[in-house]
Every structure is written in structure tokens, then in C-alpha cells.
Write a protein that binds this ligand. Structure first.
Ligand code: CP3
Length: 351
């Protein structure tokens, strides 16, 4: 057992983020609040638009707590979305039932110029209030995570106007009009830094940056448009909140994962399911805390396949600084019993 008598915090997630090896490791799940939970669907049914949920501080705080109350994760993540940032910059953002996000695409310099930071934090005030309410309600053992999308990923949705298999329009901008693209990225650096600083001001104890579309960028564009902007955000954030750890999730970055810890200056890196845990133990874990990376479809499957995978991940990474998580978000068709079983498997594990 780890002696925590001299630990500045009782929260296992925050101890792990400081580099402590915990046995068993702490865990939480990306998208742990969402449609797989009946109590989420009940609240979701009461409001029309998904953004109305994000901008109702009380409902967002309640949704933040739901998975922790049911499964006892070591962290809650504030209920919100990465696309509240373009919304608060003045872009039209909608979530249509069963279709995912729809944004009025930014395709011209004029459209770009209409975005503005005026009133940005006012528009997002309910998110910060949700952080305050959730923090107050959490136990002394459970940490609260704030989050934002990284600039490249958010820019990709802003330019494309929604989800896409290849984000061809966004990649076209990078290639053909890098000067204009720089303008958008600089705006997002500023907005994202403000947004995570405000979440930490309100009580978020760790921050995760979601670079969900890192896998679309090869070098040298990965360093220029993903790592560089994240580093600048982390630098601005740490000037105000040096003690609040940052996790980044550069989904699909492959071998470029190796560039992220030193390149960005973050405390922890979250890995998608394709990252080899043995490689991560050798190449990443000596440089930062690692988080991940059970395949969400394995959580849907459950049973012996899940037990084997969980054991394999824990055996490879559990004796270093580690946070158990999925390699991407919980899928809507995930059975509740499988999440409960996953929680038990992790809690029972000993190195
Ligand atoms: O529990 C949590 O993790 C906190 C809440 C959270 C949501 N979105 C709520 C949500 C977080 C951390 C996100 C991050 C997010 N949002 C990302 C990065 C992580 C990733 O999945 O790669 C991205 C790319 C988005 C953008 C987004 N939001 C998409 C593409 C969609 C539609 C697809 C889908 O899963 O429905 C959303 C909607 C969304 N965000 C839902 C939830 C619970 C579902 C909305 C509903 O109830 O219909």
C-alpha cells in the first residue's frame, strides 16, 4: 500500500498526476457522462438542444456527478463540449439529434474576421458555474477535471462545419492559406487558454486538452499546428495555475506521441487504443504520466476479452505513473454492467 500520510492531497488522480505510482491506479473514462447512462438520457430528454444542457449550470453539474455516483471513478469531468468555444466566439453551432454537430462553416477570411473574443467568458459563465457546483458536491477523494479541445481539432470542426472522415477542407486551408489558418489558430490559442484558466479559477483541479484529430497531421505540420499551439496554451495556463496538471490526448498521433511530452510541457499523455502499451512503458512513461487506453469497443464486449485486455494494460503500465482510462470515449451502446465490472477489475488489481 502507498503511504499517503505526507501526501498534500487525498485525491488519487492528483497524486498520480504528480508522478506517484498508485496500486491500484486511479481511473476515469472519457465520455463517462453520456447516452449509455439512463439517468443521462432522462435529463437529456428534458431540454431541446444539447448546448442548452451545457449552458445550464445546474443540469451540467448534475450530469458531471452521475457517472461518479454510479461507478465511483477517481475523477469527474465537467459536462460540456469542445464546441462551446467556437459557439462563444460567435460561430453558429448546433447539435442535431443523431447527426452530431453542425457548424456554419468558416470558409472565408470575412467569416474568420466575424469571430470575436468579446463576451467570450460571459457566454461560457454557466460552464464555470457548473465547475463550481460540481466541485462543491464531490467527495474529498474525487478530483474534478476541466477540458477544452486543442486548436487544431476545434479549427477542423470550425472549417469543415461538422464531423468528417478526412477533414479535407481544413487540411486544404492549412496547405493553401497557412497565413489565414495561423490567424484562426492564434485566436483559438487565446480563447482556449482563457477557457481553461477560467475553469481552474472555478475549481477544476486538472485539465485535459482533446486533440482528437491529431492523426490527420504528419510532420512538420503536427509540430506546427498541434504541438506548438498546445505548448503555447500550456505556457499561458501555467503562468496563472502552475500547480494544476494538464493531460493531452493526441488521438491517432502514432509514433508522433513521442514528441508530445517534451514538446508541450504537459504532465500526462492520454493514449488511444492503437498505442502499444509496451512501447509506451519504454518511451513515454519515463517522461510523463500515461493514461489509457482500453478500446471502447472492448468495454462494449465485456467478458473474458475485457478481462484479458485490462490485465494486459495494467501489467504493462501499472508499475509506473499511470491513470487507467479508455482509448477514446464511452460508446452509447456500452452495457452498464461492463462499466461496473471494469471498475471492480481495476480496484482489485495489485502489481
Ligand atoms: O463525460 C465527458 O467526457 C464530458 C463531456 C464531453 C462531451 N464531449 C459531451 C458530449 C466531452 C469531454 C466531450 C469532448 C468532445 N466533444 C470531443 C473530444 C473527444 C472525442 O470524442 O474525440 C469531440 C470531438 C466533441 C465534439 C462532439 N460532441 C461530437 C463529434 C459529438 C457528436 C457525436 C456523439 O458522440 O454524439 C458531440 C456530442 C456530445 N458531446 C454528446 C455528449 C454527451 C452527445 C450528445 C447527445 O446527448 O446527443
Amino acid at each position: 500500500m502507498v503511504d499517503c500520510s505526507d501526501s498534500p492531497t487525498r485525491k488519487p488522480l492528483l497524486r498520480a498526476l504528480k508522478g506517484e505510482v498508485l496500486n491500484p491506479p486511479p481511473f476515469w473514462l472519457m465520455r463517462q457522462a453520456g447516452r449509455y447512462l439512463p439517468e443521462y438520457r432522462e435529463v437529456r430528454g428534458k431540454v431541446h438542444g444539447f448546448l442548452d444542457l451545457c449552458y445550464s449550470a445546474e443540469l451540467a453539474a448534475r450530469l458531471t456527478l452521475q457517472p461518479v455516483e454510479r461507478f465511483g471513478m477517481d475523477a469527474a469531468i465537467v459536462f460540456s463540449d469542445i464546441l462551446v468555444v467556437p459557439d462563444a466566439l460567435g460561430q453558429t453551432v448546433e447539435f442535431r439529434e443523431g447527426e452530431g454537430p453542425r457548424l456554419a462553416p468558416i470558409r472565408s477570411f470575412d467569416a474568420l474576421r466575424r469571430l470575436s473574443l468579446d463576451g467570450f467568458c460571459d457566454r461560457l459563465a454557466p460552464v464555470y458555474e457548473a465547475v463550481r457546483l460540481a466541485r462543491r458536491a464531490l467527495s474529498a477523494e474525487t478530483a474534478l477535471i476541466g477540458f477544452a479541445g486543442a486548436p487544431w481539432t476545434v479549427a477542423a470542426y470550425m472549417i469543415e462545419g461538422g464531423g468528417s472522415a478526412d477533414f479535407a477542407a481544413a487540411k486544404g486551408w492549412v496547405r493553401e492559406r497557412p497565413g489565414e489558418f495561423r490567424g484562426l489558430i492564434d485566436l483559438l490559442i487565446e480563447a482556449t487558454a482563457m477557457h481553461i484558466i477560467a475553469q481552474a479559477d472555478a475549481g477544476a483541479e486538472a485539465i485535459q486538452l482533446f486533440e482528437s484529430w491529431a492523426g490527420l497531421l504528419a510532420e512538420p505540420r503536427f509540430t506546427e499546428w498541434s504541438v506548438g499551439p498546445m505548448r503555447e496554451i500550456v505556457r499561458r495556463f501555467k503562468r496563472v495555475h502552475p500547480e494544476v496538471p494538464v493531460i493531452v490526448f493526441p488521438r491517432g498521433a502514432g509514433a508522433l506521441y513521442a514528441k508530445v511530452p517534451d514538446g508541450t510541457g504537459v504532465e500526462a499523455i492520454s493514449m488511444d487504443p492503437a498505442v502499444s502499451v509496451d512501447w509506451a512503458a519504454r518511451e513515454l512513461q519515463s517522461r510523463c504520466v500515461v493514461q489509457g487506453n482500453l478500446d471502447p469497443s472492448v468495454l462494449v464486449a465485456g467478458g473474458p476479452a475485457m478481462r484479458r485486455e485490462v490485465e494486459r494494460i495494467l501489467a504493462a503500465l501499472g508499475s509506473g505513473p499511470f491513470i487507467f482510462n479508455l482509448g477514446h470515449g464511452v460508446l452509447p451502446n456500452t452495457p452498464l454492467e461492463h462499466v461496473a465490472e471494469l471498475a471492480r477489475l481495476i480496484r482489485r488489481w495489485r502489481a
